[in-house]
Design a protein around this ligand. Structure first.
Ligand code: CO8
Length: 261
């Protein structure tokens, strides 16, 4: 795989792509060059038929301590507006491959938002999440006010965003922001995320793609529209080869050999 300056890319398990944010001296602060590399690496995984799930992680000390404040400091309104600053940073939300964030240490500002853009969050209990933008005279800019609110409810999100108060990995688990919380080290959390990614990559790609699509629709559609959308996609899966493969394997008490068709 290509070598990058701000990220490390690998294939640690069959079917699983791993991106490790790697700007240790800046606590993985998210800069435009870093995001260009991240988007490039994620697009390559998405296009690779062999990759069925992706994990994004940082280090023990920091998943990412936010957007790069030094890069943002001199920005003017017209720079930010005309160049649509950070619009490309949400590219990962358009990908169909499931993405798990494995979060240890700081996940602040844009780092918290990056984790929230992923499909599943795993974290250590000691991780530090937060939207501290208010302390810098700005507000969350990469979906934090929307995704955090969807995850924890309006009152709690309002308090977190208006005060800039951090919350722990344990709280992230208790509030449903994180799907799984690890009391151990970063390595335990990453191992757990890679195991789940391997499991997802082992299912039919057709079914996994459909499952991700319908769950995401729940964030945008009314209940009735969402349930109808789900039913259409569900009907569509009876046109896939893997529906027959899966159900015939069940009847024969065999392991399904997915065709991804
Ligand atoms: N940007 C740039 N550099 C940073 C950042 C950052 N966000 N965070 C840390 N660094 C740098 C520090 O400047 C320092 O560099 P140097 O050694 O050259 O002085 C180095 O990383 C180590 O940091 P500290 O010495 O501060 O380490 P500490 O362990 O003392 O403190 C903290 C760690 C508490 C995380 C502290 O670094 C901190 O408060 N960082 C800023 C956190 C923050 O405010 N983040 C929000 C930024 S705003 C934002 O993200 C807007 C979102 C917009 C959309 C984003 C889309 C994805």
């Amino acid at each position: 795989l290509s070598s990058y300056e701000h990220i490390i890319v690998s294939n640690p398990k069959p079917g699983v792509g791993l991106v490790t944010l790697n700007r240790p001296r800046a606590l993985n602060a998210l800069s435009s060059p870093l995001f260009r590399e991240l988007n490039d690496a994620l697009t390559k995984f998405e296009e690779d038929k062999g990759t069925g799930a992706i994990v994004i992680t940082g280090s023990e000390k920091a998943f990412a301590a936010g957007a790069d404040i030094k890069e943002m400091a001199p920005l003017t309104f017209s720079d930010a507006y005309t160049n649509n600053f950070i619009a490309s940073w949400s590219h990962l939300t358009t990908l169909r491959t499931p993405i798990i964030a494995a979060v240890s240490g700081y996940a602040l500002g844009g780092g918290c938002e990056l984790a929230l853009m992923c499909d599943i969050i795993y974290c250590t209990s000691s991780a530090t999440f937060g939207q501290p933008e208010i302390k810098l005279g700005i507000i969350p800019g990469a979906g934090g006010s929307q995704r955090l609110t969807a995850a924890v409810g309006k009152s709690k999100a309002m308090k977190l965003i208006l005060t800039g108060q951090n919350f722990s990995g344990k709280e992230a688990g208790d509030w449903g922001v994180a799907a799984q919380v690890f009391d151990g080290s970063h390595d335990d959390c990453l191992k757990g995320a890679l195991e789940t990614a391997t499991k997802i990559a082992g299912f039919s790609r057709v079914a996994v793609t459909a499952a991700k699509e319908v769950v995401n629709k729940s964030q945008d559609l009314s209940l009735r529209e969402g349930v109808e959308f789900e039913r259409r996609i569900f009907h569509g899966l009876f046109g896939s080869k893997d529906q027959k493969v899966g159900m015939n394997a069940f009847a024969k008490k065999e392991k399904a050999q997915w065709t991804n068709e």
